[in-house]
Design a protein. Structure first.
Length: 361
C-alpha cells in the first residue's frame, strides 16, 4: 500500500480525497513486487507502444548555447476549462539526458488527458547541438529558468507545470528553491528523485545502472571532444570509470576555473534552498529503489513533515521509477502525477472562488 507523508493542511486533505476516488492507488495487486531490478531494466529499455511523435524546437540562450524542446504531438484530450486553457507540462529527463520509455509514456498520458507536454533536452543531450564549451551542472537551474520564461511567453494564459524523472529532479528542485514564489510554475512532480546528490555520487550506484548511463554519457560527449577540449581534460573525461569521476572531470577539474568537490555541491545540491520552495511538489518514491538507496538515509523525511509544499507518496515497491503498470502502456504512477496536477488546480481555483478573487492566469 502507498503512504502519503506531508504536513497536515487543507491541500493535503484535498489530495487524499482526490486520490481516494482511485482504488488502484491505495491497494490492489502490484506487478513484479520483488524484483526492482527488472522494473528498472524495463524502464530503461522498454519503449512505449506506440512511441509518440515529437516536433523539435531549438531555443538559443543568452550565451549562444542551445537547448532543445520536443513537443509531443497527436490526439489531445479535452483540457483546461471555461476559465483556463490547456496546461503546459514540462518534462525533464534524468541528468544523463536519456529520455526513457516511462517518461514518454507520461507525456503520452498527459497528451491524452488534455495537457500540452514538452520535453526539455539540455545542452548536448539527446541530439541537441553543443554550441558552447559548457554543459549544465547537476543542479544548475540557469537554462531551465530560460526555458520557463520562454514557455510563459509562448503560452501566457496556460498554467505551467513540470515533472522530472530520476536524477533530473536535481535541476527542478534547485530551480524551485532558487526561484521561490517567482518560479512561474503552478505545481511540480518528481518521480524517483535523488535528494542528496553528493552522497549519491560518493556512495556509487549499482553497476547495472551506473555503467549503461556512463557509456551513454561518454558516447554523447565524445561527439563534442573538439569543442570541449578548451574547457575540460577530454582524455580524463572519457577515461572516467564512475559517474563521480565524470562529474568531477566536467565541472571540478577544469583547466581555467578548477573548483573543489565540496564547493561544487554547495551550489548544486537539489535541496540547498528547499525552505524557499513556494509551490506544491509531489515526490513519488519507492521503498525498494536500488538506485536512490535505503529510505532512512536517502529520503529527507523531516522536510515532508515540516514543509506545507512537499508531499511524499511512498510505495512499497516499484524500483527506480519503474512503477507498476495499470494496463498496456499505463503506469499508475503517471496517473497519480496527473491527478495531483488536476487536484492542485482544482484546490487553488476553489480557494480563489471562496475568497471572491479572480482566477489568476
Amino acid at each position: 500500500r502507498c503512504r502519503l507523508l506531508c504536513k497536515p493542511s487543507a491541500l493535503a486533505q484535498h489530495l487524499v480525497r482526490s486520490w481516494g476516488r482511485w482504488v488502484g492507488l491505495w491497494g490492489g495487486h502490484w506487478s513484479w513486487p520483488r524484483w526492482p531490478w527488472l522494473q528498472m531494466l524495463w524502464q530503461l529499455l522498454q519503449p512505449p507502444e506506440p512511441e509518440p511523435a515529437v516536433v523539435r524546437e531549438l531555443l538559443q540562450l543568452p550565451d549562444s548555447g542551445l537547448v532543445a524542446l520536443d513537443w509531443l504531438v497527436g490526439t489531445r484530450g479535452a483540457g483546461g476549462s471555461g476559465k483556463t486553457p490547456s496546461p503546459v507540462l514540462l518534462l525533464i529527463p534524468n541528468a544523463a539526458g536519456k529520455v526513457t520509455g516511462t517518461l514518454l509514456q507520461l507525456g503520452q498520458r498527459a497528451l491524452e488527458g488534455g495537457f500540452v507536454p514538452v520535453i526539455f533536452n539540455r545542452r548536448g543531450h539527446n541530439g541537441c547541438p553543443l554550441t558552447t564549451p559548457r554543459l549544465q551542472p547537476f543542479g544548475d537551474p540557469g537554462d531551465l529558468r530560460e526555458v520557463v520564461t520562454y514557455l510563459r511567453c509562448r503560452h501566457p494564459m496556460s498554467p505551467l507545470l513540470a515533472a522530472s524523472e530520476g536524477s533530473g529532479s536535481g535541476v527542478l528542485l534547485g530551480y524551485l528553491g532558487e526561484s521561490g514564489s517567482s518560479s512561474r510554475l503552478a505545481a511540480a512532480a518528481c518521480i524517483a528523485p535523488i535528494f542528496r546528490a553528493r552522497e549519491w555520487f560518493e556512495a556509487g550506484m549499482p553497476w547495472l545502472y551506473e555503467w549503461p548511463l556512463l557509456l551513454h554519457l561518454k558516447r554523447g560527449l565524445s561527439r563534442y571532444a573538439g569543442s570541449l577540449a578548451e574547457a575540460v581534460d577530454v582524455a580524463g573525461l572519457l577515461g572516467s570509470r564512475s559517474l563521480r569521476e565524470l562529474e568531477e572531470s566536467l565541472f571540478c577539474r577544469t583547466p581555467g576555473r578548477p573548483t573543489s568537490w565540496e564547493t561544487y555541491w554547495e551550489h548544486n545540491e537539489p535541496l540547498r534552498d528547499a525552505d524557499e520552495v513556494a509551490v506544491p511538489v509531489l515526490c513519488l518514491c519507492s521503498t525498494d529503489d536500488p538506485v536512490r538507496g535505503p529510505p532512512a538515509r536517502s529520503l529527507p523525511l523531516q522536510l515532508f513533515r515540516s514543509s506545507p509544499y512537499f508531499f511524499l507518496l511512498l510505495t512499497p515497491c516499484g524500483g527506480h521509477g519503474g512503477l507498476p503498470q495499470g494496463g498496456p502502456g499505463r503506469c499508475w504512477g503517471h496517473e497519480a502525477v496527473l491527478e495531483f496536477f488536476r487536484a492542485v488546480a482544482e484546490f487553488l481555483q476553489d480557494e480563489e472562488g471562496r475568497k471572491g478573487l479572480p482566477w489568476p492566469h
